[in-house]
Design a protein around this ligand. Structure first.
Ligand SMILES: O=P(O)(O)OC[C@H]1O[C@](O)(CO)[C@@H](O)[C@@H]1O
Length: 528
């Protein structure tokens, strides 16, 4: 296409939302009108299912759950007055709590104010809060947040060491929808021990964000923790940023949660319109479908040209891949769906993997995220008429053009600035796009059976470790791996036993391995 035809196409497909100052450009995806027409029936179905979902249909059939994240930003949409009231009052509860923490109305026993937060959670209970903190926390927040989002002992130590002189003024958020995920449980237990080690009563510092009646909720209730916030069964972890999961940490950091909810609501309104060209989420879903042929044949590279949006691609990675990466469609056919997502930020990544994007395997499409406002206040000119922000903008445009000329398609999302409203809107845009795309390819976007399988397999290994320890403790003489496996009733699992023992031995857990470490069959093992 020549420049003037492309300019026509740009204008024909440009979406603009006045209230949000938001633009979407899908002109650099090479679909034609016939493709749009062919997808129209699938879109009609997608719009109809989305309307049902918003009315409270069991849109997650495997787990027999409603899918209600849209109600969080427009409680009047909730299917019952009780739910509406519950959402409204939990937002009020969050605001009151944050205000009291900020003003010292709620304070730790040995200090006038809380100064820091340790937020413990994983997956959807970490990625949203992390993204929001990175994007929106003020430079000098009322409370500084630190995340434990894994069961890595070194990661936990790093946070605890950093805060060792501040634990007495550090609030702990334990975030787990199910309240039974091992990683946050472990983090919580270790942090609790650290508080006990400083003679601090953990209950005075701890806040639980979880489903009422979960293990975590019971513990928080029995131990009389400082506060408990409810998480709902009808909100999935990866769409929970606008629930207590995302709002409690955000409010504590001084982020305007009402604005975030408002931005999301405006985007939700815009993405409810049953007309592809007037609906930015439908346009995005169309572009994704085109890029990957409805089968995820191309990866999605997300490149925000703004440091504060760095974690958006990691956040989207869970949202998109946990939602769309499915073995079976809704009719039970094996389909192996999904779209792989990766990215960091521009222009930084232009000096990393963009070389391959330009010239290497053409197995991706790009999403550029452009932020119009460079910074607060004026920028110095680095050359006559040119600022650092002009460079950033020029690099984005340059990459978009160079890639397109080399037959690499891209989408460009433009927001006026990074603020609570636009971040809320971005989150809402992708929530909806994932929902539409799932409908186009006929899958359930709201369950995660693959993750459950991984969790079960890990539990089997930990169970095996307990058996192996029993065997080693009851048998004093050194044994081969095969003998241990036999006695543990796991003869078909020698390899797992070897890996367990090697890990224990490396951590001075009393396991003594003798023999040639490079030849596992030569080893004998005993408890020292
Ligand atoms: O909030 P929870 O229940 O601890 O779960 C954490 C994460 O684990 C998953 O269930 C599976 O990875 C995610 O969907 C979820 O965000």
């Amino acid at each position: 296409m020549d420049a003037s035809t492309l300019w026509q196409r740009y204008q024909e497909w440009l979406y603009y939302h006045e209230g949000l100052g938001f633009y979407l450009d899908i002109s650099r995806m090479r679909f034609d009108n016939a493709f749009v027409e062919a997808l129209q029936p699938k879109f009609e179905k997608a719009f109809a299912s989305m309307a049902e979902l918003e009315k409270g249909a069991i849109a997650n059939p495997d787990e027999d759950r409603m899918v209600g994240h849209y109600w969080l930003r427009n409680p009047d949409l909730a299917p019952t007055p009780e739910l509406t009231q519950e959402i409204v009052s939990s937002i009020e509860q969050i605001e009151v709590f944050a205000e009291k923490v900020h003003t010292g109305g709620i304070h730790p026993p040995k200090a006038a104010r809380f100064t820091d937060i340790i937020s413990i959670g994983i997956g959807g209970s970490a990625l949203g809060p992390e993204f929001i903190a990175e994007a929106l926390a003020p430079d000098f927040p009322p409370l500084a947040i630190h995340f434990i989002d894994n069961t890595d002992p070194t990661g936990i130590d790093k946070i605890l060491t950093h805060l060792r002189n501040k634990l007495s003024s550090t609030l702990v958020l334990v975030i787990s929808k199910s309240g039974g995920t091992p990683e946050p449980r472990n983090g919580m237990l270790e942090v609790k021990k650290a508080y006990a080690g400083q003679n601090l009563d953990f209950a005075n510092y701890a806040v639980a964000i979880t489903m009422p009646g979960s293990k975590l909720d019971d513990q928080a209730k029995n131990e009389n923790w400082l506060m408990r916030f409810p998480m709902y069964d009808w909100v999935g972890g990866r769409t929970s940023s606008m629930s207590t999961v995302g709002l409690v940490p955000a409010a504590l950091q001084g982020i305007d949660i009402k604005e975030m909810l408002e931005g999301a609501k405006e985007m939700d309104d815009a993405t409810r319109i049953a007309d592809i060209k007037k609906n930015p989420a439908a346009m995005l879903a169309l572009a994704w479908y085109y890029a990957g042929n409805g089968k995820g044949e191309k990866d999605m590279v997300v490149l925000p040209y703004k440091d504060s949006l760095l974690l958006f691609s990691r956040y989207l990675q869970q949202l998109v891949m946990e939602s769309l990466g499915k073995e079976k469609d809704l009719d039970g056919n094996i389909v192996h769906q999904g779209i792989a997502v990766y990215g960091n930020k521009g222009s930084t990544d232009q000096h990393a993997y963009v070389q391959q994007l330009r010239e290497g395997v053409p197995n991706f499409f790009l999403t550029f995220i452009e932020v119009l406002k460079d910074r607060e206040g004026a920028s110095p000119e680095l050359e006559p008429g040119i600022t650092s922000g002009d460079y950033l903008s020029g690099f984005l445009q340059g990459s978009r053009t160079a890639l397109y000329e080399n037959h690499r398609d891209s989408i460009t999302v433009t927001i006026p600035e990074v603020n609570p409203r636009t971040v809320g809107a971005l989150i809402a845009l992708y929530d909806r796009t994932v929902g539409y795309y799932a409908s186009l390819v006929n899958i359930n976007a709201y369950h995660q059976p693959g993750v459950e399988a991984g969790k079960k397999a890990a539990a089997v290994i930990l169970d095996l470790q307990t058996k192996v320890i029993d065997v080693l403790q009851s048998e004093k003489a050194p044994m081969t791996l095969a003998q241990i496996a036999d006695k543990a009733g796991a003869s078909d699992n020698v390899e797992s036993i070897y890996i367990i023992l090697r890990h224990m031995s490396a951590n001075n857990r009393g396991v003594v391995m003798q023999g040639n470490l490079g030849e596992p069959n030569s080893l004998t093992v005993s408890m020292g």
